[in-house]
Design a protein around this ligand. Sequence first.
Ligand SMILES: [Ca+2]
Length: 295
Amino acid sequence: MSDRGSTVFSAFDELREFFTLREGERVASALGEAQPAAARALRLGAQRVRAAQALAQSGHRAEAERLLALALASLSSAREEWPALEPMLRALPSLAASEEPALDEELSPERVAALDSALEESSRVLTRAESASIDKRGRLAARVRRNGAVVFVCTFAAVVGWQQSRVVKLTPRASSTFGAQYIHTNATDGYVATNWLLPDGTPGWLEVSFDRRRVSTLEMTNVQNLSHYGAADTTVELYSGARLVRSLDVSMRATVNTANVTRVAIPVREPLDRIRINIRTFHDLGGGLSEVKVR
Ligand SMILES: [Ca+2]
């Protein structure tokens, strides 16, 4: 239990350091004039660890082990020379590599597992120590870059979430349908690949009911992937209870097997609870819709 707690804290700690670079700043400050030399030692260690990872991944595990042992030895020397690095490097693993050259096939499974584990841990520690190996200006740039990316992602997610939350839950009805495969509920199922179709050559309507509210937009996606079908001239009727509040004539483009959305701004401020889309004319054989959304 305590191990799990420690791991969670460690992951949180790393995440915090990634964005704030606070520990790196403190270590760099403690290093003082030695910071450039210590930074070089850190970068050199990171370079060797990455090279050792590349060797291991391509099957050259014996050479990877030798290089990782060299990297860890030089980092150990750096810790002794600059004690300020200790907080960042104390989690570096140890690796008991043999002095004698070895063939890849001579490495035991236990030794390979120890190598993989040491590579992973070394990489993790050095990633965290990276913030101490860059100068003040570089840290500021990294902070702006990393936090800016998060702000962008969060803003994007918030906008998408807000858009989704504005979609009103609809209950559909229709004057008629072509058949079970093209039933009216296909127009509100959230998939543009499914269509509601009227019988061939027949005008008709689709109506969506919802909890009484003010709405701003009606989105109608025309029939998809059926080139001989699609709504053309429509009359959109806005209702509050039994009362027709406003009707709007809306023409829809022919479908060409691509998403074909017609957005209608709702020009009334009062709450509505029902919208009926009358399909008066259609493209080629018959009318229909693939999706209706109300926001
Ligand atoms: Ca659909």
